[in-house]
Ligand binder design. Structure first.
Ligand code: TGC
Ligand code: FAD
Length: 393
């Protein structure tokens, strides 16, 4: 198949719903991904390597904490930020993951719950990509149900002592700072957040090996053994499980856009391939009805996903978004992207399983995206709880 340039996917003049600034942010990000990520990402995926060399440029482009104000952040609106994550994930879910964690799970909690000292010290460095962060909520025995966490913080004079294990932590071994969620023993085990310098004695991170998904992203386990941090490491406004869940809202929102990027990549690859590949009567496979139906399913679902997340973004910008809206967008759009990847893989036949094309990589990545930040089924239960008023967890 000849090389081609990604033209975007816009069936119903979706662009007419975007401002000029929003389109500019998206187009600049798309160009950067085309020039800097597309040429290297398959090899990174093969090697299981996160392209860390791209971090300073992403900082300069304003990707980190893009929708936060001040502290060197770009101050984008939520739709602009979403369009950035869409383009990043068209490149690779791992790159979008890195930006989601840095922005929504590390900078956002410091911004929302941190002291002035924490904000002034960490946010400008994280915005530039000079420092890298990770977010420790999940534990080996507590994934969907983080309220059961065993990690503990105990007051010791003007310090806290942290003990526990965190698992499946994006960017863990490359992080300079970890947002650690722990139950504070002296506060009736209330969950609170700590900004922990990863150089603190007793803090250890080890990579998870053997992943068939998000291979271009670092995933780690964290161990905290008598990690002694100053009392100033506590984020003063963090208060209960609600605080980490508020961070997850930010990240899940970005994922909802990001999944569309992965779906667009799969759809566009399948469309180009189907117009080029000939089988039976010297006809492109795009001329077979069953292949067309698959392509039509993909573009229909991509279009619906765009409209859903745009509305959620507009609600977020006007301060009216509820976490149930974000759950619907995350659940629907990641499911839609995974289905697109499977259909696109089918259209490419045997070529679909090779990494000459991005489809299998997206498919494998999306299996993680379906699970992290609340699984597909947990989001069904969150929406179910909202509409019935009955928790079914
Ligand atoms: P529950 O009693 O329902 O809630 C506790 C308090 O929090 C409030 N709340 C929320 N607030 C803000 N945003 C949300 N999304 C919220 N959901 C609930 C709730 O109103 C309550 O407030 P209050 O004032 O009454 O105290 O808590 P629960 O223990 O029953 O939890 C239920 C559940 C399932 C919703 C929650 O635990 C959940 O979302 N589980 C999924 C866990 C998850 O998503 N983990 C993600 C880890 S981070 C990650 O995956 C990063 S991947 C990064 C990458 O690489 O991109
Ligand atoms: P479990 O909670 O054990 O769930 C297993 C299955 O049971 C799922 O199908 C689930 O839907 C189902 N299930 C669970 N409870 C119910 C119920 N009540 N009703 C019906 N079904 C249920 N976490 C972090 O804190 N920070 C990170 O940076 C981070 N990065 C990650 C990166 C990767 C690559 C991956 C794969 C995960 C990452 N995670 C991270 C962890 C992620 O958030 C968890 O994997 C996720 O929340 C699910 O938890 P679990 O894997 O323990 O699955």
């Amino acid at each position: 198949m000849p090389a081609f340039k990604f033209p975007g996917v816009d069936f119903i003049e979706f662009d007419s719903l975007l401002s000029d600034d929003e389109k500019l942010v998206r187009d600049n990000t798309r160009k950067w991904i085309e020039e800097n990520v597309v040429p290297i990402i398959e090899q990174c995926n093969r090697d299981g390597r996160f392209p860390r060399e791209l971090v300073p440029a992403m900082g300069e482009l304003g990707f980190f904490g893009a929708n936060l104000q001040g502290y060197g952040c770009a101050g984008m609106n939520n739709v602009e930020y979403g369009l950035v994550t869409q383009e990043l994930e068209r490149g690779d879910s791992g790159l979008r993951s890195f930006v989601s964690v840095q922005s929504a799970l590390v900078m956002y909690p410091i911004y929302a719950f941190g002291s002035d000292e924490q904000k002034d010290y960490w946010l400008p460095k994280l915005a530039k990509g000079e420092k890298i962060g990770c977010f420790g909520l999940t534990e080996p025995d507590f994934g969907s149900n983080p309220s059961g966490m065993r990690t503990r913080a105990k007051k010791d004079g003007d310090h806290y002592i942290l003990n526990g294990e965190k698992m499946w932590i994006t960017s863990g071994t490359i992080a300079d700072v970890a947002i650690i969620w722990a139950k504070v023993e002296d506060e009736k085990n209330r969950i609170r957040g700590f900004v922990v310098d990863t150089k603190t004695p007793g803090f250890k991170a080890d990579d998870v090996h053997g992943k068939w998904s998000l291979r271009a992203s670092v995933t780690s386990g964290l161990s905290l053994q008598d990690v002694r941090v100053p009392a100033s490491a506590l984020m003063p406004k963090s208060d209960g499980l609600k605080s980490p869940l508020m961070c997850l809202n930010q990240a899940r929102y970005g994922i909802s856009w990001g999944a569309i990027g992965a779906a667009m990549s799969c759809y566009d690859t399948a469309l180009q391939y189907a117009k080029f590949r000939k089988q039976f009567r010297d006809m492109p496979i795009a001329g077979h009805q069953l292949v067309q139906e698959k392509l039509v399913w993909m573009i229909s679902e991509i279009t619906k996903a765009q409209l859903l997340v745009l509305q959620v973004g507009r609600l977020k910008d006007s301060g009216k978004v509820g976490h149930q809206h974000i759950s619907m967008a995350k659940r629907n759009n990641v499911w839609m992207a995974l289905e697109c990847a499977r259909l696109a893989r089918d259209i490419l036949g045997a070529n679909g399983v090779a990494d000459d094309y991005p489809i299998m990589r997206h498919m494998m990545n999306l299996e993680s995206v379906k699970t992290y930040e609340g699984t597909h089924d947990i989001h069904a239960l969150i929406i179910g709880s909202h509409i019935t008023g009955i928790d079914a967890f």
